[in-house]
Design a protein around this ligand. Structure first.
Ligand SMILES: [Zn+2]
Length: 235
């Protein structure tokens, strides 16, 4: 794997370019988040690729909007027999009703959600979301401590929250990082990739060449992680 990635900027998009022995430039938009990738002939000048991508910008945006609609349709109802993912594994949700404080338990193949009788969907969803947040916070905290040391950076605060289109984000000026609660559904090593990705932004805010050089140095397998993260279903 090469240590630096060729990137082109089109509008508000930064797109990685993969050089291949092909005749034409190809642009692909991938689910579920609509990330874009360009394949280009080995000898094509990047200005030419950029000009071509610019003509396809409308199409790229339309595809991205489509994926966003699709992921909204994949909404969960938080009812018994529904599939729910946790750390990359699929479980069947079992909803039980009982007086008392709501709780969530993980069994070998089931996630048992116990709620007060008559709890509606919004209520069941909130309990699951709070549970996801606490699970994710527990995993993220030690990863942040570890990577703060490795990268020599300081995170002033981290947040776990619902995010529509991103797995994480960083506010370098404040030293804040945010993580998408949906990460709790992915294998744990992918969470580490997102932590490293966001913490690298404390050293370089933009997705510049310098940024990807840093990321490749500290996390050489970032491309595999990123692709895997974007291929797995969110829900
Ligand atoms: Zn980033």
């Amino acid at each position: 794997m090469s240590s630096s990635t060729e990137l082109i900027t089109v509008g508000d998009l930064t797109i990685p370019v993969r050089r291949k022995n092909i005749r034409h430039v190809h642009i692909a938009v991938y689910p579920p988040d609509g990330h874009v990738c360009i394949s280009a002939p080995l000898d094509r000048r990047s200005e030419v690729i950029r000009a071509f991508a610019l003509t396809r910008l409308g199409w790229i945006k339309a595809r991205q909007a489509e994926f966003q609609t699709q992921s909204r349709q994949g909404e969960l109802d938080f009812i018994t027999r529904e599939s729910h993912y946790l750390w990359g594994r699929r479980y069947l949700l079992v909803v039980e009703e009982e007086e008392g404080a709501p709780r969530v338990e993980v069994m070998p193949r089931q996630i048992v959600l116990t709620v007060r009788p008559g709890s509606d969907k919004a209520c069941r969803e909130r309990i699951m979301h709070d549970w996801h947040k606490s699970l994710l916070r527990k995993e993220v905290a030690p990863l942040i401590r570890q990577w703060e040391k490795t990268l020599g950076v300081t995170v002033n605060a981290f947040f776990v929250q619902k995010m529509k289109t991103k797995w994480g984000s960083c506010t370098p000026g404040r030293g804040y990082v945010r993580f998408n609660t949906e990460l709790v559904k992915k294998p744990k090593d992918l969470l580490e990739y997102v932590v490293v990705h966001e913490l690298c932004h404390l050293l370089e805010p933009r997705h510049s060449e310098k940024y990807f050089t840093l990321l490749s140095h500290y996390y050489p397998h970032w491309k595999e992680s990123r692709d895997f993260l974007n291929e797995l279903p969110v829900a």
